[in-house]
Ligand binder design. Structure first.
Ligand code: GDP
Ligand code: MN
Length: 384
């Protein structure tokens, strides 16, 4: 799960990484109010789950609240590489002396978290890695030993930061970023740019000016407060409905609705539908069960898609018996009344019993086929 900049910054703030104070605004009026509360100048920043917002016109400085309102009006509704801006983050503007880059992610080869730090921040890190690889300092942390303070110092000295005040502040941020990475079970925590401000006699202050934060989906169940950050509005409405119903569903572009049990079989079904010349409308995994409620939930999501012209159930009975699934399908159809043609292929435990149940009791728009290939052909034919 990718977090918006303002959400990542909130997590930074919680672990003690310095960030500017800011407010979220959904309208130009709210941006104006936010600027008034924060004090100008402010920066108005598009909140979208993609980088390079600056270059795309999604980040603007504002000198007055009225100016912040106007900049928010420019940015809201902007399309940044396919992401429409629905909210802006207004924060107190910083005076930037230097822009650095700091991240921690997994190095799967080394099986360890990997820090990267460079004083060439603000621009694409891939560009630094390609054109100036020596400027990018890399350092692994042994996950069993955990983080040690010398590691932060090595990054900072290695990259050639000379100011002692900066060295100290950045090394502290490195340690806190590791806390955030481990504590929130992230896959990536990136600060680009990590800035040094121009203010103060005693040298500049180090601040995280941007945030890119990816949480491991598989760990979300341990972090209720993060799961709430998931932006439902950004997802496809059908996928949102599916999530609410606990249905494993991915929207695709075609006409044949696909339901299988088990992710492997369902993916094969998507392939076979394509192989016989059709286009799958979705991927939908019924999971282990085949109870009526599960089938109703899955069908109610699939049939919400106006592109669906036929539905193909591909069930392999292992622990879940085919007769149970057949009963589930019949009960679901009795409750729902679906007009699209439905093709069912049952194989495995109690398949014959299941097929017999369907043939005896199924509505006229349901057909049973013996093999996956025949089922796919039939479903594609009926969608044409
Ligand atoms: P990105 O383009 O999506 O990576 O967005 P960033 O948050 O990294 O901002 C892009 C650039 O905008 C930064 O590298 C800065 O140069 C500039 N910027 C962002 N916030 C401020 C600010 O508070 N003050 C100033 N002067 N520039 C800023
Ligand atoms: Mn950035």
């Amino acid at each position: 799960m990718d977090l918006y900049e303002f959400q990542g910054k909130e997590l930074f703030r919680r672990v003690g990484i310095p960030v500017s104070e800011g407010r979220l605004a959904l309208t130009p009026g709210e941006a104006k109010e936010a600027a008034r509360e924060l004090g100008c100048p402010v920066v108005v920043k598009a909140q979208v789950l993609t980088g390079g917002r600056g270059k795309a016109g999604g980040i603007k400085l504002a000198e007055t609240p009225a100016d912040a309102e106007a900049r928010a009006r420019d940015i809201l509704g902007l399309d940044i590489r396919g992401h429409v801006v629905h909210q802006v983050w207004v924060e107190r503007a910083s005076e930037i002396a230097r822009e650095y880059y700091l991240s921690v992610t997994f190095d799967r080869g080394a099986k360890k978290p990997l820090f990267m730090f460079t004083t060439q921040g603000g621009i694409d890190i891939e560009e630094v890695a390609a054109t100036n690889p020596d400027a990018l300092v890399r350092l692994h942390v042994d996950p069993l030993e955990g983080y040690h303070a010398w590691q932060g110092r090595r990054l900072v000295y290695g990259a050639g930061v000379t100011d002692p005040g900066e060295q100290k502040q950045i090394a502290a941020v490195v340690g806190k970023l590791y806390d955030a990475f481990v504590g929130y079970e992230a896959m990536l925590c990136e600060i680009n740019p990590l800035i040094v401000t121009t203010e103060g006699e005693a040298g500049g202050k180090v601040l995280a000016l941007d945030s890119k934060f990816t949480i491991d989906d598989n760990a979300l169940f341990r972090h209720a407060e993060l799961a709430e950050m998931r932006d439902l509005a950004a997802a496809d409405p059908l996928e949102r409905l599916a999530r609410e119903k606990g249905v494993t569903y991915v929207k695709l572009d075609g006409e044949v609705g696909v339901l299988g049990n088990g992710a492997g079989l369902t993916m094969s079904t998507v392939d076979v539908v394509t192989f016989v010349g059709g286009r799958p409308a979705n991927f939908c995994d019924l999971g282990g069960g085949g109870d009526a409620q599960g089938v109703v939930d899955a069908l109610s999501v699939i049939t919400q898609d106006p592109q669906v012209r036929s539905i193909f159930f591909n069930i392999f009975g292992g622990i879940t018996r085919c007769d149970e699934v057949a009963r589930g399908i019949l009960q679901a159809l009795a409750q729902m009344g679906i007009e699209d043609p439905i093709v069912v292929r049952l194989d495995g435990t109690n398949a014959e019993e299941g097929r017999r149940l369907l043939e005896e009791a199924a509505p006229a728009n349901l057909r049973v086929e013996a093999t996956m290939l025949d089922g796919a052909r039939r479903a594609v034919e009926l969608a044409a």
